[in-house]
Design a protein around this ligand. Structure first.
Ligand code: FAD
Length: 226
């Protein structure tokens, strides 16, 4: 039996050169890569590795579906394996990407009928930026939980009326305290569709709070980072 290479399978297409690095805080940055050769749905993630390294990690796509460049938002984790390597990269360095993966995307049947409540901790805001930028006019409320106000990553992208910052360690947020504290004190319309993204503690606590308000599993979509 002869094996014929399928023309559409070209390993080279997985390699991307870094075009630009945007530093947002001392530890958080946006990596900008050329537009992808794959189609993705806002909310999906990619698997990333550094050329020559066998390890890979998942990153949500931060940019819009039709954006000129692909962006990801990364926070360097103290003592982490992969993110300190990403932090040391320079323009022109090569990354290997696989994907897109995942089903964390907007429920199209609710686009016109529901208010989309996006609930994120830290870099968990990434898929929501992609969803918001990919869907102009979307009816959304973005609730972002961070420790300090300088972690309100690029909040100028969002409609100021729709972005709410919860800061647990300083007073610069719209709400002082944990995001889950804000959720406990807030009423949501029954036509709300929830999307949760970030660390597992927040995601599970938030799910419990929403369930206690009568929202069911079909109203709540989750993406857990760690
Ligand atoms: C679907 C998906 C999408 C993701 N998207 C993003 C994204 O858009 N941006 C992003 O920065 N990360 C994202 N992550 C997390 C990312 O894949 C890595 O886990 C993270 O970058 C840490 O990698 P590391 O090798 O430096 O740490 P590791 O060596 O793998 O882990 C070290 C420790 O840090 C913990 N940890 C992991 N992430 C964090 C964090 N953000 N803050 C504090 N502790 C952490 C781990 O649980 C572990 O205990 C995503 C994860 C998943 C599953």
């Amino acid at each position: 039996m002869t094996f014929e290479m399928q023309p559409e399978i070209n390993l080279e297409t997985n390699y991307y050169k870094i075009l630009n690095i945007r530093n947002l805080t001392e530890s958080t940055f946006v990596l900008q890569l050329p537009a992808t050769r794959f189609k993705f749905e806002a909310g999906q993630h990619i698997s990333l590795s550094v050329l020559g390294d066998f390890q890979s990690r998942e990153y949500s796509i931060y940019s819009a579906e039709d954006a000129e460049n692909l962006e990801i938002l990364v926070k360097e984790v103290d003592g982490g394996y992969f993110t300190p390597k990403l932090k040391n990269l320079k323009n022109g360095d090569i990354l290997e990407i696989h994907g897109p993966f995942g089903r964390f995307s907007l429920d199209k049947s609710k686009l016109e009928t529901h208010r989309h409540i996006f609930i994120a901790t830290g870099t968990g805001i990434a898929p929501f930026r992609s969803m918001i930028m990919s869907n102009p006019g979307l009816n959304y409320q973005l609730i972002h939980g961070v420790r300090l106000g300088n972690e309100a990553y690029e909040r100028e992208f969002y409609d100021s009326e729709r972005y709410l910052l919860c800061t647990s360690r300083d007073d610069s947020g719209d709400y002082r305290g944990r995001l889950t504290g804000y959720l406990r004190e807030t009423e949501f319309d029954k036509n709300s569709s929830f999307y949760l993204c970030g660390n597992s503690d927040m995601v599970f606590d938030a799910m419990e709070i929403l369930k206690s308000r009568g929202f069911g599993r079909k109203d709540i979509n989750v993406e857990v980072y760690f």
